[in-house]
Design a protein around this ligand. Structure first.
Ligand code: SF4
Length: 341
């Protein structure tokens, strides 16, 4: 144990974690062990003028124990940009930390788990977009935020799961055809929502999220029968078959908002398991039925690698983006801020 941490400090930290809803999210794990780490990390943060951004799919000890900001990749990138801290520790996956660096080039951005990739982001490269642009000249390239800097740099506008319908609707006023990348399932859901023909009015790429593509739509009716009054909520990275069976489809922030403003006896959150854990701590009086999958990339971040990264970041943990690409990517991100209002 760190010699500056005593038993009273640990007890107080355990109480703080419990008050934040840690136990309702995760049962009763070894809080003492967790408290020792979170105490040290929170002290290190202050000493280093750092803040921690935690994506909603992160482990509960990261979200409730050490995160200054919690949210989806869009909210976190904005929170980091607005922060006065010198260093940002991004608990999430690589494309998210890169987005934070694009929006905050003067800050040091650290990614505790440098191997935290994403199947959507890894499904496409800049050269793929160049080929699509040659094939469909004049069609704007609208890219989901889950992509690398190089891919964002080749795009005209970035979107999130929440603002994609609104931005596409605006762009269709000027364009007959749009290239939407890289999520095929989200693209299919958008095509249905906006009544656009796939392959003609909306050109898709074959990327998928390994977590959301595997949910089985046939199980929804089983849950609805077993839990009368249940509301099913799904992320728009799921298949359109599944989306057609749920009560709400959107991004993670939209799902939490829906839970907040409704009063159902049960909620089924069809997404990565971290969101359900967070929802249980935020809404301890509501009932959540487990149907979720883990994203292994999101779970690469642990209290241990957050601590070592704050103490002595390695080269791999320090996010650097090519300046020229970052400038182009920023243009596409700014287009999103403009069109999303
Ligand atoms: S949940 Fe899916 S989209 Fe999110 S980081 Fe994991 S693989 Fe990527």
């Amino acid at each position: 144990m760190n010699k500056h941490i005593n038993e009273t400090d640990i007890q107080r930290e355990i109480e703080r974690l419990v008050a934040k809803g840690y136990e309702s999210a995760w049962g009763s794990p070894d809080l003492r062990q967790i408290a020792k780490h979170t105490l040290e990390i929170n002290r290190l943060k202050k000493a280093k003028n750092a803040v921690i951004a935690g994506h909603v799919y992160q482990r509960p000890e990261i979200l409730l124990g050490v995160s200054d900001f919690i949210g989806d990749s869009y909210k976190l990138a904005k929170d980091c940009a607005n922060s006065k801290a010198k260093t940002i520790v991004f608990c999430g996956v690589k494309f998210m930390a890169e987005t934070a660096k694009i929006l905050s080039p003067e800050k040091t951005v650290l990614l505790p788990a440098p191997n935290a990739g994403c199947t959507l982001s890894d499904s496409i490269g800049a050269s793929d977009i160049k080929k699509l642009k040659d094939k469909y000249p004049g069609a704007p390239v609208v890219t989901y935020i889950n992509t690398s800097v190089a891919v964002k740099a080749e795009s005209d506008c970035i979107v999130t799961s929440a603002n994609a319908p609104k931005i596409l609707k605006k762009l269709y006023k000027k364009h007959k055809r749009i290239i939407f990348l890289p999520d095929r399932l989200m693209g299919t859901n958008l095509a249905k929502k906006l009544n656009k023909k796939i392959g003609k009015e909306i050109i898709l790429w074959d990327g998928t999220c390994t977590v959301h593509e595997h949910f089985d739509p046939s199980t929804i009716s089983h849950y609805k029968r077993a839990y009368p009054g249940l509301k099913a909520l799904a992320h728009t990275e799921c298949s359109s078959d599944l989306i057609s069976k749920v009560d709400f489809a959107g991004g993670t922030s939209g799902m939490l908002e829906y839970v907040k403003r409704t009063n159902a006896p049960y909620y089924l959150l069809i997404t990565e398991c971290g969101l359900g854990e967070l929802a249980r701590s935020e809404f301890p009086n509501k009932k959540f039925i487990p149907m979720c999958r883990l994203c292994k990339f999101m779970k690469f971040t642990t209290l241990k690698n957050v601590k070592t990264c704050l103490q002595n970041p390695t080269k791999n943990q320090t996010i650097n983006v090519n300046e020229k690409l970052a400038k182009k990517a920023l243009k596409a991100l700014n287009k999103m801020f403009e069109l999303a209002g």
